[in-house]
Design a protein around this ligand. Structure first.
Ligand code: NAD
Length: 359
């Protein structure tokens, strides 16, 4: 059995975020022990892990990944068998308005974490050190923009265009360097856009679902023809645990949904699902709410990901189609009004003071 499947806990950074909480929910369902390290920025929400306070396998540590001393203590006390690194500033628009936090968390935080992971790994007995893994989660945005044809492979040169993408590219390089310089057993994944339950409503899909439910305009950048690949967050969590267990050390794996869509088609798909699940008064079609807004500066035109390596080597492929995943996601937001109303009102941030480390 692989070391990361051993009895020891996994340390997950960013486990209160959108993708991190999907990973944590999955690990807890499987009976794994999790040390969830999260600074609870605006994007962190423990309510995305419904049993976070009652599950004895979930230990929450209110810690910033830039705080090396706090990380060192967590590693010394909990002796994790692996690390899944998802903590990041993740929203491109915010990185355009203010790149500072992106450099701090994604670059400085990753370097601080890597150093503490190395210290921990070097302290492990040889057999455990050999089975230890550091899984770094990154994005396809590091590869820049594509024309009408082609897709990103693991060999595509890095050409990040936004401050977010540049900070993630830097973090990928740091992870690579800690492997080549110190031998740290790392694996990196680069994934396309995620969607699904518990996504913070600043990103395109939840924003449009919630605006649609409230009869508000559905903003679409530019001409709406920008293309992204979309992956259901639970498929992503599944890919990450597959790579953690069986990925080759020092390798990178692209993860995608085989779902290239123009933004406008995504928004129209949301409108169709909303018309079916939550029709507007008088049967007004949700598509009538679509509003084109000024394009994001430097908006990459097209991303497409070649995910054949992870399929070939590790046998992973996404389970959701975009049509079924989108319908399911729209239904989830309709049925989980209290989750997103507390996000929208800011109430989810109310009970966080003095959390410290909570078992
Ligand atoms: P998110 O913004 O929803 O969550 C990020 C989490 O990290 C939050 O819980 C936040 O509180 C925490 N965090 C932020 N700064 C921190 C710090 N300094 N110390 C500790 N915790 C901190 O992000 P997400 O969408 O879940 O993305 C997770 C990872 O996956 C990121 O690394 C992102 O770059 C990558 N990724 C995201 C997507 C996507 O579509 N969302 C696609 C590919 C890759």
């Amino acid at each position: 059995m692989h070391g990361v499947n051993d009895a020891g806990p996994l340390l997950v950074t960013g486990g209160a975020g959108f993708i991190g909480s999907a990973v944590v929910r999955r690990l807890l369902r499987e009976g794994r022990r999790v040390v969830n390290v999260d600074a609870l920025t605006y994007a962190g929400n423990l309510e995305s892990i419904p049993n976070w306070a009652s599950d004895p396998n979930h230990l929450f540590a209110h810690v910033d990944i830039c705080d090396g001393a706090a990380l060192r203590e967590l590693f010394a006390v909990h002796r994790p068998v692996g690390v899944i690194h998802l903590a990041a500033e993740s929203h491109v628009d915010r990185s355009i308005d203010g790149p500072g936090p992106f450099v701090r968390t994604n670059v400085e935080g990753t370097a601080t974490l890597l150093d503490e992971v190395r210290r921990h790994w070097q302290s492990l007995p040889a057999a455990r050190a050999e089975r230890f893994r550091f899984l770094h989660i990154s994005t396809d945005e590091v590869f820049g923009s594509l024309g009408a044809e082609g897709s990103f492979t693991e060999e595509t040169p890095y050409r990040p265009n936004s401050p977010y993408a540049a900070s993630k590219a830097a973090s990928d390089h740091l992870v690579r360097a800690w492997h080549h310089t110190y031998g740290l057993p790392v694996v990196t994944t680069n994934c396309s856009n995620n969607y699904g339950p518990y996504q913070f409503p600043e990103k395109l899909i939840p924003l449009c679902i919630l605006n649609g439910l409230e009869g508000k305009p559905l903003p679409v950048y530019g001409d709406g023809r920008n293309v992204r690949d979309w992956l259901h967050v639970e498929d992503h969590a599944d890919a990450l645990l597959t790579v953690l267990a069986r990925g080759r050390v020092g390798e990178t794996y692209n993860v995608g949904g085989h779902n290239e869509q123009e933004n406008l088609a995504v928004v129209r798909g949301i409108c169709d699902a909303l018309d079916a699940v939550a029709p507007l008064p008088g049967g007004v079609p949700h598509a009538s709410l679509i509003t084109f807004v000024k394009d994001r500066p430097g908006h990459d035109r097209r991303y497409a990901i070649d995910a054949s390596k992870i399929q070939r080597e590790l046998g992973w492929a996404p389970a959701h189609t975009f049509a079924s995943g989108l319908r399911e996601t729209v239904t989830w937001y309709v049925q989980h009004r209290s989750w997103w109303e507390r996000v929208r009102s800011g109430a989810y941030r109310g009970e966080r003071l003095g959390l410290g480390v909570v078992a």
